[in-house]
Design a protein around this ligand. Structure first.
Ligand SMILES: N[C@@H](CCC(=O)N[C@@H](CS)C(=O)NCC(=O)O)C(=O)O
Length: 214
């Protein structure tokens, strides 16, 4: 398998951490979905977005959620990070949807401030995105009442929330500090020290690039 995209993207990184957690061997092609690399990324995904995962027979999967679903199917229901059925599955998917949707808003605000010409930035929109990110992650904070979001072991909810939180911290450290999400921070710190997270580190680019209030 080959993972397209670099771990500076949180969507790529949650796939890379899942691959490492499951001990699945894979190669990487660290393409950026902008600039010179965009045409190359389009060869894997007509939308020109990362991540994409090229399977050994050449089939290409896109969207981090679909890719992760496939990785779970490779390791079977006992080891899968998203339960196969029932209320625990619904809960994990719901938590991941909120975390992923909130991160989409953080990314939208970064794009608004950094990709638009300065005199065309629409600040009310960026502010609304910040509010949505904050509401989403503060709700997640309220849902984390024990060591794990669901059950007694790490699920995809824990893994993805930690990856998204670390991304947000790299881009908006002051904003994140003001949110006072101590439980999410503790979860994130705990997981950051595990082998799967260390194997998929974002590198210096995490704090570089589109940082807003570093
Ligand atoms: N919902 C997608 C989001 C992927 C995404 O937003 N990727 C960004 C990189 S962080 C990207 O490729 N952006 C370029 C673009 O959308 O043109 C997923 O979960 O895979």
């Amino acid at each position: 398998m080959k993972l397209i995209g670099g771990c500076n993207s949180p969507y790529v990184r949650r796939v890379a951490v899942t691959l490492a957690h499951h001990d699945l061997p894979f190669a990487r092609e660290d393409l950026v979905p902008f600039g010179d690399d965009k045409a190359e990324v389009r060869k894997y995904n007509p939308l020109g977005r990362v991540p994409a995962l090229v399977l050994d027979d050449g089939e290409v999967l896109v969207e981090s959620g679909s890719i992760i679903d496939h990785l779970d199917s490779l390791v079977g229901p006992e080891r899968a990070l998203t339960p196969a059925t029932g209320s625990e599955r619904r809960r994990v998917l719901n938590l991941v949807s909120i975390a992923s949707g909130a991160t989409d808003k953080l990314v939208s605000a970064l794009y608004e401030h950094h990709l638009r010409p300065a005199d065309m930035v629409y600040r009310p929109w960026a502010k609304m995105c910040d509010r949505q990110f904050q509401d989403g992650f503060q709700w997640l904070e309220s849902q984390l009442t024990g060591d794990w979001f669901v059950g007694d072991r790490m699920s995809q909810a824990d893994l993805s929330v930690a990856v998204f939180w670390q991304f947000a911290l790299g881009k908006r450290p002051n904003f994140i500090a003001r949110m006072n999400c101590s439980r999410l921070s503790a979860l994130s710190d705990r997981l950051a020290a595990t082998a799967a997270f260390l194997a998929a580190e974002a590198g210096p680019g995490l704090a570089r690039g589109l940082a807003l209030d570093a």
